[in-house]
Write a protein that binds this ligand. Structure first.
Ligand SMILES: [Cu+2]
Length: 156
């Protein structure tokens, strides 16, 4: 995941080219039906989503009374990209897509937690990480994490 910038750019170009070709339909279907929870995203790496997809959530709905962490996505970064929460504490992640493409906020290696939004949309979900450690979150659109849409959640 942590490649030099030049390689990241190359990866985006490759993803774009592949996405414009045969990858579109297959990648979209694989990504949509695949299980996001276990780790990386199954077989969807070939496609590019463009602006497709709709606002949706996998994981608990926002919890009233929990504190809110706002995370904004754009091409190709998250802001902030370093989050910190307490183990076992439920926080609402308010994910806003301020870019011009479809993006997701997807926790890797933790409980299933995925927020996705088109440009201009925002959506919230309740996130609870009970085990201390450092978790990664990414945009699961193929190529986006490699382009810089990744961050960490420190749980202490
Ligand atoms: Cu993205």
């Amino acid at each position: 995941m942590n490649r030099p910038t030049v390689t990241k750019l190359a990866a985006v170009v490759v993803a774009l080219v592949v996405g414009l070709g045969a990858g579109m339909g297959i990648g979209y279907a694989a990504w949509h039906s695949g299980s996001m929870g276990g780790g990386m995203m199954g077989g969807g790496m070939g496609g590019m989503m463009g602006s497709s997809g709709t606002k949706s959530r996998s994981g608990p709905a926002a919890s009233s009374g929990a504190s809110t962490i706002k995370v904004t996505a754009q091409e190709f970064s998250f802001s902030p990209d370093r989050l910190r929460i307490k183990a076992g504490q439920t926080v609402n992640i308010e994910f806003s897509d301020a870019g011009s493409m479809f993006h997701t906020f997807t926790v890797v290696g933790g409980p299933t937690f995925n927020l996705q939004a088109n440009a201009g949309q925002s959506i919230s979900g309740a996130l609870t990480l009970s085990q201390p450690g450092t978790y990664q979150f990414i945009c699961s659109v193929p190529g986006h994490a490699q382009a810089g849409m990744e961050g960490t959640i420190r749980v202490t």
